[in-house]
Design a protein around this ligand. Structure first.
Ligand SMILES: [Zn+2]
Length: 386
């Protein structure tokens, strides 16, 4: 389990960390490019890369291209097969477990069997873990950790799920349970934080120090990187965008208050609202289809929801000044009314100077997003310990 101060210290600030960061951002770099990119002296780069080469973390690629003085330059790349990581998404209905390499590529996936208690979850995970290693032909000794993403409130420093309504968990030390069962280090975080870590190390934010990640699921989650660090708040609860009050006289939220963003724009609430309005839809894609074909109720629901989300995100942009806001669409809205309304509401509610300097990007969630993101937590902790 990680020590609390480890999670709070700025990551990757050493020469070693700078080299790793540069090589996560770039496919391959020469030693002189590494020195230029990181600001670390050529002598120190030589020393660090030599250590990493000896440990098998880096691999040398002879390059065809000539260097500045006409000599061929040797390119360096992170060796993807140097270490592997497991990632589990506990909140999802099919409960996927994946194995990724050091660069975040998913090599194998296995769904966990149904379970009752956390101990049973660990047991089914052990079985699935053996299965994925066998299928992917990865030696167990090369798996350096497991990351666990849960939908709920998490104390990452203590490896504890404080509360999860979806899982019916209260104060479950799941990282410890998993570490003992799998005999590898284990870390836990909530879905939104896991996605943000995944974006930072393997995704759309590798080159950014300041960004926000908004995850659209049954409820809405958010996480924020500020100065290159995941911002957790004083007790780990930062990012509760779903409970921003949009309409004080609105629908009762599960938190006991009224008109939270989740009650207007969360996937669960939208499905309920569509049903109450007499629409038969299985998912957000179908609601968008209805709107596309001119159904006024579907259009209204999606516009109101997108607008509410946009207003909340506009506040976020003005408070934190992120370089990029990355939306991850796990509900299947696609490129329709909801996204358009969200984007318009952001643009209408931020100061003009933020307009040109804040990138707003929507993406459909890739199938293994959450377990891959969970694995990225373990990868981050491993690389930070090198
Ligand atoms: Zn609420």
């Amino acid at each position: 389990m990680p020590a609390k101060d480890k999670l709070l210290k700025p990551p990757f600030r050493s020469a070693r960390g700078a080299v790793i960061t540069a090589l996560l951002r770039n496919e391959q770099l020469s030693r002189s490019e590494l020195s230029e990119t990181t600001g670390v002296s050529p002598a120190a780069i030589t020393e660090v890369t030599q250590t990493f080469l000896q440990r098998g973390l880096l691999v040398e690629l002879p390059s065809q291209a000539a260097g500045r003085r006409g000599r061929p330059t040797v390119q360096l790349r992170l060796q993807a097969s140097h270490a592997y990581f497991a990632g589990i998404s506990v909140g999802e209905s099919d409960m996927p477990l994946v194995i990724t390499d050091l660069r975040g590529k998913v090599l194998e996936r296995h769904n966990l069997a149904a379970y009752g208690t956390p101990a049973e979850l660990a047991k089914t995970t052990v079985k699935a873990f053996k299965e994925v290693l066998r299928t992917a032909r990865i030696p167990r000794s090369k798996v350096q950790g497991v990351g666990i993403a849960v939908s709920g409130i998490v104390n990452a420093a203590e490896g504890l799920c404080r509360y999860s309504a979806a899982l019916n968990w209260k104060n479950v030390p799941i990282a410890q349970v998993m570490a003992r069962a799998l005999h590898i280090p284990a870390w836990i975080d909530n879905d939104a934080n896991a996605v943000a870590v995944g974006e930072k190390f393997f995704g759309r934010a590798r080159d950014l120090e300041h960004f926000s990640s908004i995850v659209l699921e049954r409820t809405i989650g958010s996480a924020h990187y500020i100065n290159g660090m995941l911002y957790r708040g004083h007790d780990g609860s930062a990012g509760e965008i779903g409970h921003i009050t949009i309409d004080p006289k609105g629908v009762l939220c599960r938190c006991g208050r009224n008109g939270c963003l989740d009650t207007i724009a969360g996937g669960h609430a939208l499905r309920d609202a569509a049903k109450a309005a007499g629409l038969t839809i299985a998912n957000m894609r179908e609601l968008e289809e209805l709107a596309l074909h001119g159904n006024p109720t579907a259009t209204r629901l999606l516009r109101v929801a997108g607008n509410a989300l946009g207003v909340a995100v506009a506040s976020l942009v003005q408070l934190n000044n992120p370089q990029r806001v990355l939306f991850t669409d796990m509900e299947g809205f696609g490129n329709g009314v909801f996204r358009t309304a969200t984007r318009q509401a952001i643009e209408n509610n931020i100061l003009a100077r933020f307009l040109g300097s804040t990138q707003i990007i929507f993406n459909n969630a890739e199938p293994a997003l959450l377990p891959r993101s969970a694995a990225s937590i373990a990868a981050f902790e491993y690389l930070d310990s090198i």
